[in-house]
Design a binder for this molecule. Structure first.
Ligand SMILES: [Zn+2]
Length: 413
């Protein structure tokens, strides 16, 4: 791995003014929908974009800057994964792996997953639940310059009902008072968002995906507490009733959403919630059915087609759909992010829509649209260099030649 420090950091995380860096590429896409700029460039200083556009005028303005030359690459905004579990090794048995991991190991796995995530061209990752809230510590380590990785938004520990989906990595809460306490506990330790469990899930034995779990009043109190603190709420929701409970409670994103009907679509429209389908999760389970526990095999087979149909229904209806992979689930490795975009395109999205789902759309859903998701003056220097034009071939997003996260350039090994 080659790294170039395009900005200077101190241990306290304050950046001194550094030498500017000019990144030059064959093709520049400033946003998913923008017209491409041939021979484009981005001028970066102190972790931010100073100027962006055609190469020639930027070169004149950037006298003395160090140069990163990518004569065959396409430069576009860094991508965003809105659903990951950074403390997971992505092995076949999610439950056993979570039960045996130590707190110290969880931190180190998060560091490694963050590096893998970054090498996939992902400059922002939303962690929706680690067993010991380890992603919060790793987020801070990255922000302080102690290790390299993407911007992390962390939910801390997810919140489920007693025995609910993911109980082995969760805070369990029953009733409004306990929910209030658990949400506040996550906020106290520094969570950027809150994750709640509205239905059963595939990777927990003894629960059914169609069953509603947290009750409407519990979901409502979670949303109220999070929104009071200006934090967003993501709801794991597979079955239809739980999806509707979560949407009526006012959650900001529905994760998985495998059983959408017309009423659920109407609720998306009414509430303005965003859909994070996590197509990768069943995709990789389905590809390894023989290797996962029996209960996971049965439930994967159960949801697979309904999930794909729900995606198409939401797409047709114009529900905002953004990219999150659920990386950390079996065989769904952190470096395989771009598979989500390929699956979206295979199910009917245009390449431009998939790129928006991966950049500005996801930034909006996470409340980061003023910081990342497009290449504009003043925004964070989050960029990715790809081999090929992803508008013509979405698989170009799998061929990452370099990535810059808040001004720090890394070449995947
Ligand atoms: Zn998940």
């Amino acid at each position: 791995m080659k790294r170039t420090r395009a900005r200077t950091r101190t241990g306290a995380g304050t950046a001194a003014t550094s030498r500017a860096t000019l990144v030059r590429a064959k093709l520049l896409l400033t946003s998913a929908g923008a017209k491409g700029v041939a021979n484009g460039a981005v001028l970066v200083q102190d972790g931010r974009i100073k100027a962006v556009g055609a190469r020639a005028p930027l070169e004149r303005a950037a006298k003395g800057a160090s140069v990163i030359d990518l004569p065959n690459a396409t430069l576009m905004p860094g991508m965003i994964n809105l659903h990951a579990h950074l403390d997971s090794l992505c092995g076949p048995d999610f439950l056993m792996q979570a039960i045996v991991i130590s707190e110290a190991n969880a931190v180190m796995v998060c560091v490694d997953s963050a590096r893998r995530t970054l090498h996939a061209g992902v400059t922002t990752v939303r962690d929706l639940g680690t067993k010991y809230a380890a992603a919060i510590a790793v987020r801070d380590a990255i922000n302080n310059g102690w290790t390299t990785g993407p911007r992390i938004l962390s939910a801390g520990q997810l919140v489920c009902m007693t025995g609910g989906h993911g109980w082995f990595i969760a805070e369990e809460a029953d009733g409004a008072d306990e929910m209030r306490k658990k949400v506040r506990k996550n906020l106290k330790r520094g969570a950027d968002c809150i994750k709640v469990i509205a239905t059963g899930g595939v990777l927990t034995p003894g629960v059914e995906v169609g069953s509603p779990q947290l009750d409407p009043d519990e979901l409502e109190i979670a949303v109220r507490e999070a929104h009071k603190a200006s934090k967003r709420v993501a709801a794991h929701a597979i079955g239809n009733q739980g999806i509707k409970n979560a949407l009526r409670a006012g959650v900001d994103t529905i994760e998985h959403g495998c059983y959408l009907d017309d009423e659920a679509i109407k609720l998306f429209k009414k509430t303005g919630a965003t859909y994070v389908p996590t197509l990768c999760a069943p995709h990789f389970l389905y590809a390894h059915l023989d290797e996962v526990p029996d209960y996971a095999r049965r439930k994967t087979t159960e949801v697979y087609e309904a999930h794909r149909a729900s995606f198409k229904r939401a797409l047709r209806a114009g529900v905002p759909i953004v990219a999150g992979t659920d990386a950390g689930t079996p065989f769904n490795r952190h470096e395989l992010y771009a598979t989500e975009l390929a699956l979206m395109v295979a199910l009917g999205m245009s390449t431009e829509q998939a790129l928006e789902a991966a950049t500005s759309g996801a930034a909006r859903a996470a409340g980061l649209a003023a910081q990342t998701g497009s290449l504009e003056e003043g925004m964070a220097a989050d960029l990715v260099a790809l081999d090929g034009d992803p508008r013509k071939d979405i698989n170009a997003t799998m061929r990452v030649r370099g990535v810059m996260t808040r001004g720090l350039w890394t070449t995947p090994s």
